[in-house]
Design a protein around this ligand. Structure first.
Ligand SMILES: *[C@@H]1O[C@H](CO)[C@@H](O)[C@H](O)[C@H]1NC(C)=O
Ligand SMILES: *[C@@H]1O[C@H](CO)[C@@H](O)[C@H](O)[C@H]1NC(C)=O
Ligand SMILES: *[C@@H]1O[C@H](CO)[C@@H](O)[C@H](O)[C@H]1NC(C)=O
Ligand SMILES: *[C@@H]1O[C@H](CO)[C@@H](O)[C@H](O)[C@H]1NC(C)=O
Ligand SMILES: *[C@@H]1O[C@H](CO)[C@@H](O)[C@H](O)[C@H]1NC(C)=O
Ligand SMILES: *[C@@H]1O[C@H](CO)[C@@H](O)[C@H](O)[C@H]1NC(C)=O
Ligand SMILES: *[C@@H]1O[C@H](CO)[C@@H](O)[C@H](O)[C@H]1NC(C)=O
Length: 443
């Protein structure tokens, strides 16, 4: 279902295909160049300018703060630099031979998202993230590299993965590459399930994604632990696969023997008849978040998942139904949902990963004294340049005040982006997930 861009190892002068390709160069700045290509259909309007957008800008610790980054050009990449939010915009060149638009960018290891913009410059102000040229149209997807999606969801982008080359880079994200032995890869599909209150794709029917590990189904009495992963604000059920590469990460962890074969379910908290409050209201909690209103919304989502999604998964797949063999993780607004699950469905899961979350309950909230919190594994993750940095730090302080030991994953070169969340899934899968709880220094 997914066309993976081919990794070509050809000399730089050879124009080979109309597709976006990753090219190994064996030279700096990173050892790899991605040739991004926009290949319009003959029926598409004739473009005068095409822009590539979505790749994160390049900075280093010396030139970054939690609100400002210097934008180096890709040719200035050195091993100490990293890709960090917000995205930048490149103008593409027309290639008359292939009748495509091309932009070649040296890139570091990991997954990156991109879209094309035709006659519309989507550049944003680096401080406010607002479009500066009035281009608010959605990007055009790379039709040769479509996202993995159940057909709805707001963050539709194409994603490219680039290998690590230790001669030029220091950050190894190779765990997002497809497992080389394709016979040991799991598979992804989307399913519809009955869920009262759902509006999309149809009344009382909701959609979620599912990853089944390699070998699933070969032994019908075998039970698999199930990891539920939530997207963030504006996202959808495909995000953890499309942008987060959860399937490739799981394939790699399972093949290396670092994680027992696990089913991954990716629900969506959009498309219900529940109202999602804004983040600033007159019920404002910490740091301008409407934590009261958000938790009212999360309470409905939690009930829905517990009453309809989880029973459906457990009735239809070879799922281990013991709470210790269920895990819940999520990012950003989905990190808030994960907190709500942690505090209010503590006994329904054994493991939680809270990433880039909204504010956690205040230290004075008696909810911290819930005994069951001492019997689950908790991982807390954030980026050093993450807009959620303070929420993550406060959560960790409050956990410690209550003598709740957790695993933490700070990704120093990350903002609020998928490189952080993919890395967290990898780290959690390697250490903690399905292991002894509560997590301790031996996890
Ligand atoms: C964007 O739109 C506003 C309002 O229509 C206009 O004043 C401004 O000049 C436009 N900016 C650009 C860069 O086109
Ligand atoms: C949402 O749907 C559920 C189930 O169909 C229904 O009971 C509930 O009243 C609806 N809520 C709203 C606000 O429409
Ligand atoms: C996914 O894998 C399962 C078990 O290996 C198999 O039954 C199913 O047909 C596969 N689905 C797809 C879409 O390949
Ligand atoms: C199938 O799974 C069951 C339950 O885990 C296990 O006891 C049994 O040994 C497995 N059979 C084979 C042939 O692996
Ligand atoms: C919050 O604002 C709304 C709309 O302005 C108002 O109706 C409501 O009374 C306010 N609630 C509180 C608790 O101040
Ligand atoms: C669920 O957890 C949140 C904290 O994440 C809390 O604020 C909220 O009140 C809880 N909901 C219920 C129904 O207890
Ligand atoms: C938790 O319980 C302890 C011991 O009973 C008490 O001292 C503390 O104030 C409680 N914390 C909260 C936040 O209620």
């Amino acid at each position: 279902m997914l066309l993976l861009p081919i990794i070509a190892s050809l000399g730089s002068a050879v124009a080979v295909s109309a597709w976006t390709t990753v090219r190994k160069t064996d030279q700096g700045p990173t050892g790899y160049v991605v040739d991004f290509r926009y290949d319009p259909l003959p029926t598409d309007p004739v473009a005068t300018k095409v822009y590539l957008n979505g790749l994160l800008q390049i900075s280093d610790h010396l030139h970054s703060s939690q609100s400002q980054y210097d934008n180096f050009t890709p040719d200035q990449f050195t091993a100490d630099k990293f890709m960090v939010f917000p995205p930048i915009t490149y103008e593409m060149d027309y290639d008359a031979v292939t009748k495509t638009w091309i932009k070649s960018v040296p890139m570091q290891s990991g997954a990156s998202n991109y879209n094309f913009y035709v006659d519309c410059d989507p550049s944003v102000d680096p401080l406010t993230f607002r479009p500066v040229n009035n281009c608010t149209a959605p990007g055009v997807l790379d039709r040769h590299n479509p996202p993995i999606t159940p057909a709805y969801g707001d963050q539709l982008t194409s994603t490219i993965v680039v290998p690590f080359d230790g001669r030029f880079q220091i950050r190894d994200y190779d765990y997002v590459l497809p497992l080389s032995d394709d016979s040991k890869r799991g598979n992804i599909s989307f399913f519809n399930y009955p869920s009262p209150g759902s509006t999309v794709p149809s009344p009382d029917i909701h959609t979620a994604g599912i990853y089944l590990p390699s070998g699933y189904g070969q032994n019908s009495s075998r039970k698999y632990p199930v990891l539920y992963l939530s997207h963030g604000g504006g996202g959808g059920a495909g995000d953890w696969f499309s942008q987060g590469r959860a399937h490739d990460i799981l394939d790699n962890l399972i093949a290396a023997g670092d994680l027992e074969p696990t089913i991954v379910v990716t629900p969506t908290f959009y498309g219900f008849n529940f109202t999602i409050p804004g983040t600033a209201s007159n019920e404002t909690g910490e740091l301008g978040f409407d934590t009261v209103g958000l938790n009212r919304f999360y309470d409905l989502v939690r009930r829905s998942y517990l009453d309809y999604l989880i029973p459906y998964v457990e009735a239809n797949w070879q799922a281990d139904t013991t709470p210790d063999k269920r895990a819940f993780g999520g990012l950003s607004l989905g990190g808030g949902l994960t907190l709500n699950m942690l505090f209010n469905a503590t006994e329904d899961f054994g493991h939680f990963a809270v990433m880039s979350n909204i504010p956690s309950p205040l230290p004075t909230d008696p909810i911290w004294n819930k005994t069951a919190l001492r019997e689950v594994g908790i991982l807390s993750a954030g980026g050093f340049y993450d807009i959620a940095f303070e929420n993550v730090r406060n959560f960790q302080t409050r956990l410690a005040l209550n003598n709740l030991f957790t695993l933490t994953n700070w990704v120093f070169e990350s903002h609020h982006d998928w490189r952080l969340w993919s890395n967290t899934l990898y780290v959690w899968g390697k250490s903690g997930l399905w292991g002894k709880v509560p997590y301790d220094m031996y996890s």
